[in-house]
Design a protein around this ligand. Structure first.
Ligand SMILES: [Fe+2]
Ligand SMILES: [Fe+2]
Length: 146
């Protein structure tokens, strides 16, 4: 596994989530949709967890930015609420669209505000953080396979 900057690694997760939303919308078979929804929810939960455990605290320490993190944590909370409802409800097409909107908005905030700020922070080792994120992600994926 080549070493990766933390922001690139997290953005790859974002791209993967967007691809899964597209696949979900293109799928016409209900069982296929369920499989994609389950994978998507699981990978979003892991993604939010590694951000909250590793990336956000490091970002806060390096930049002192409280506002961006407050917004991000609130958006994660909203996404988790939608995911819990999707996991509980098999007829979830409308909720999946709501989740897609919420995630798109959140990803744009990270891409346009948080990641550029992280890249310009002098005292943030993005390569080292990338490695920590990767390790934690593998651990969590093994513990909770989709
Ligand atoms: Fe996030
Ligand atoms: Fe993210």
């Amino acid at each position: 596994m080549p070493q990766q900057d933390a922001t690139l690694l997290l953005d790859e997760d974002h791209n993967q989530a967007m691809r899964l939303f597209e696949q979900y919308k293109a799928a016409h078979d209900g069982r296929r949709q369920q499989t994609i929804a389950a994978e998507l929810c699981q990978s979003l939960l892991v993604h939010m967890q590694i951000e909250e455990e590793i990336f956000y605290p490091a970002f806060q320490k390096a930049t002192g930015d409280q506002q961006l993190l407050q917004d991000a944590r609130r958006e994660h909370k909203e996404a988790r609420e939608l995911i819990a409802r999707i996991q509980a409800d098999r007829q979830n097409a409308k909720l999946m669209l709501d989740l897609e909107d919420a995630i798109l908005h959140h990803v744009n905030d990270e891409r346009e505000k948080m990641f550029p700020k992280a890249r310009s922070a002098a005292n943030l080792n993005l390569m080292q953080l990338g490695q920590q994120l990767e390790m934690r992600k593998s651990e969590l994926m093994e513990a909770h396979p989709a």
